[in-house]
Design a protein around this ligand. Sequence first.
Ligand code: ATP
Ligand code: MG
Length: 394
Amino acid sequence: MSHLVLVRYGEIGLKGQNRRLFEEQLARNIHEALGPQLPNRVRRAYGRLFVELEREEDVGAALNRLRQVFGVVGASPALKVPLDIEAIKDAALRLVRDKAASGPLTFRVDARRPNKSFPLTSQQINETVGTHLLRNMPNLQVQLKGSQLVVAIEVREHAAYVYSDQVPGPGGLPVGASSRALLLLSGGIDSPVAGWMALKRGIRLEAVHFHSPPFTSERSLAKVEDLSKVLARWGGVVRLHVVHFTEIQTELRRRCPHDLMITLMRRFMLRIAESLARQVGALALVTGESVGQVASQTLESMASINAVTCMPILRPLVGFDKQEIVARAQEIGTYPISIRPYEDCCTLFVPEHPATRPTIAEAEEAERALDVQGLVERALAGIQTRVVGPEEPV
Ligand code: ATP
Ligand code: MG
């Protein structure tokens, strides 16, 4: 016998072909997220997914893992029984027995009957099962609104399912349902959260990190790798591309006005990220920028930085306050890693008085002193890629 977890998903507005792709992607992602440690099969059935686990003792771990699979709205351990009201009554009783053992409990039965050939209507099932539970469990009391326990019953074509507890999932779209994007991942608090938000909309991610040895250390790289591991728990394996940025930063410092350093560095990051994105088939860039945080995040500054690329840039944090970003980082598990000390290639080269309103013309003028194309090409040629898989939660 297999042990079942019933999975509900959202985005029910999706229709036809889109809906089927969504369901297939979600089924694959669930299967992969549970992995060989929790041997499982995932079946699709009319607006639900059923995860069949080989071992009963895996149910708890599976429910926990499903909290991190985008597309999942809720998951419940379920009992599968034959299409027979006596079997349904027994299962419902088995389900509530432990819960109602310790004290009074309000409950209601919520039956659905997609299988119209079943002899009882939903209402009749509710009443029959409710009466059976009341008769056997003196602690129970019916309450139709706001009850502590909902005993859900679904009567389907070949079997009926009885379940109660629901573990909430993260919602969103299954990763892979949308195309690929490239995340500019620093070691800070914001960009990992931005990456998570992109994953939540079903976008598959690769990541690029700019580092400047010897000014930035191996420790900084390890940090970015650890952040990628957390993202991989949510979105599957992350390919992390590391760009050596030292030559560009040194050249900028030697030849360009210091107050434009940040603008010029960011312009190079975007040029390199855009080329890399095309190489790996990513259609957009994702950054952790939000408006107004720092000098480089005024709209004027964004305009001068953005001017070097025509690739869409997603900035999922644009509507967030810093506290909201921090709270999200804590929820998803990136925060403790992000606050580890590290040297950021940008802050190290930050001038005392960065220009807050650099114009495109000023940036272009400053870049005349540089071999822009050569610098970009050499940086691209030196990229090192690591494949980062998920790790146990932090
Ligand atoms: P974060 O917390 O993500 O570092 P931030 O608030 O410090 O963001 P900035 O330093 O202005 O903001 O960086 C803006 C965005 O530029 C970052 O969110 C990230 O997407 C990208 N970025 C900055 N530094 C790097 C880097 N070394 N490698 C890759 N991307 C970077
Ligand atoms: Mg930063």
